[in-house]
Design a protein around this ligand. Structure first.
Ligand code: PLP
Length: 437
């Protein structure tokens, strides 16, 4: 080519949550056995049924011609009014419908947040981190992500001293990303932790990006503070959506709520640039926006949410109980969302292996090994090869930690136990611990 046409940040784009599915697909074919998918956070793909009353609302909306039309770039006014009112009712930051912008899923919002940032302005994010954020931020900057540590030995709480120091000594950091409840750890950060992070933002004149897509998926004993309630006067963006909550990931619908833009001129100009970028695309999906007030405002919605959270809490407890029998790992029972991350505390060695019975699968997995650079990736491939269970290596979530992420989504109790007992058995085999009787 006359010129190098590759973007400076192209090497930073990676999404192993889906890439691993290619390896799994090949193993499925070679083994002739189905894969137990534990890689993607899609409740519907994992068999969750959408209640009839929600389907009836959507079916009714499909009969309305207006749901086939473009919507305003910011999103349908009635829906933004509904969401602004819900936010204001919580107390704390008060917003108007103009402080809300809709996107084609939060993935779209996340990309715009970083794409429209000035190249040299960085957002520090958690480690481990959901890769859509870390990859998009790093690709925008053309450098590796800047992170603060979530500590597995302290129930995944953020290392606030590290955060403060990195912010203090790196003046390119302009924002702090908080994912709460968190993906991939399932941690819910208590109010005082969030307040401390906001205090750092205030002290160093930063803005906050709070990914709150799992905001209403908190188990009952967990203390959770929506960012709008505690933000005070600091400029912030909250990212919300319906992919996990209704759940309707295929709708590709999420939104941004902006707090305190009126009192921060540069922040306001930045938000306007995000809106302008969205305008070039015209708008986001209309049908899901139309039904959001009808579904979230429905009298049956609170009970629906409660029953889902109880289900995931039950799954979290059972998973923690099963993994408690594994030496050499740390597992913090999730307090929200529907993920669980397992961290190996025992050093992984290149000779550690799982027995793979099927010769074709064994040969295929062996053929992958020369290109495997991370030890937890080897565990994940061996787990696929030996037990047809697909999880995601933790090292693909921007962390030095070795481990893996799985989900709490499996609907069937017996299958859930089979999968989790199978993983626990694999951990023991890989680490050389005796099998459980
Ligand atoms: C923390 C977090 N943010 C954003 C997203 C993207 O969601 P959406 O389906 O709205 O693009 C996900 C999806 O898994 C997520 O876990």
């Amino acid at each position: 080519m006359r010129r190098n046409i590759v973007h400076i940040g192209a090497g930073e784009l990676s999404y192993e949550i889906r890439q691993i599915a290619e390896v799994a697909g090949r193993i499925q074919k070679l083994s002739g056995e189905p894969i137990r998918w534990e890689n993607i956070g899609d409740p519907v793909q994992k068999g969750e049924r959408i209640p009839d009353w929600i389907k009836a609302i959507i079916a009714e909306a499909v009969q309305e011609d207006s749901t086939y039309a473009y919507s305003p770039t910011r999103g349908l006014l009635g829906t933004r009014e509904f969401l602004a009112e819900r936010c204001n009712r919580r107390g704390g930051a008060q917003i108007t419908p103009d402080d809300i912008i809709f996107f084609n899923g939060l993935g779209d919002a996340v990309n715009k947040v970083y794409y429209m940032l000035r190249r040299e302005a960085r957002v520090i994010g958690p480690s481990p981190a959901y890769p859509t954020h870390s990859s998009a931020e790093a690709a925008h900057a053309g450098y590796a992500p800047i992170t603060y540590r979530l500590d597995p030995a302290n129930n995944w709480m953020p290392d606030l001293d590290e955060l403060r120091n990195k912010v203090r000594y790196n003046d390119s950091i302009a924002g702090i990303l908080i994912i709460n409840p968190d993906n991939p750890t399932g941690a819910v950060f208590p109010r005082d932790v969030i307040l401390e992070m906001i205090a750092i933002a205030r002290e160093f004149d930063l803005f906050i990006v709070a990914d709150e897509i799992y905001m209403n998926m908190v188990f009952d004993e967990a203390e959770h503070a929506p960012i709008s309630q505690v933000i005070g006067d600091v400029p912030a963006i909250s990212l919300k959506g319906i992919s996990k909550e209704i759940p309707w990931p295929g709708a590709r619908c999420g939104w941004m709520e902006v707090y305190n833009q009126g009192s921060h001129r540069i922040f306001q100009t930045y938000i306007k640039s995000i809106l302008d970028a969205k305008m070039l695309e015209v708008c986001s999906t209309t049908l899901p926006q139309t039904v959001i007030p009808r579904i979230l405002g429905h009298e049956r919605y609170p009970a629906w949410q409660r029953s889902r959270n109880e289900f995931f809490q039950k799954r979290a407890r059972r998973a923690a109980e099963i993994f408690a029998q594994c030496p050499g790992v740390i597992v913090n029972p999730p307090s929200g969302a529907f993920y669980l991350s397992v961290v190996f505390t025992q050093d992984l060695k290149s000779e550690m292996r799982l027995e793979i019975a099927n010769p074709d699968v064994r040969e295929y997995v062996s053929s992958l090994r020369p290109n495997v650079t991370r030890d937890d990736q080897r565990f994940v491939y061996d787990l696929l090869g030996s037990r047809n269970i697909c999880v995601v290596p933790l090292s693909s979530f921007v962390t030095e930690l070795q481990g893996f992420r799985c989900t709490l989504l499996e609907r069937d109790d017996q299958r859930f136990d089979e999968i989790y007992l199978g993983i626990a058995d694999a951990i023991r085999e890989f680490l050389g611990a005796p099998a459980l009787a």
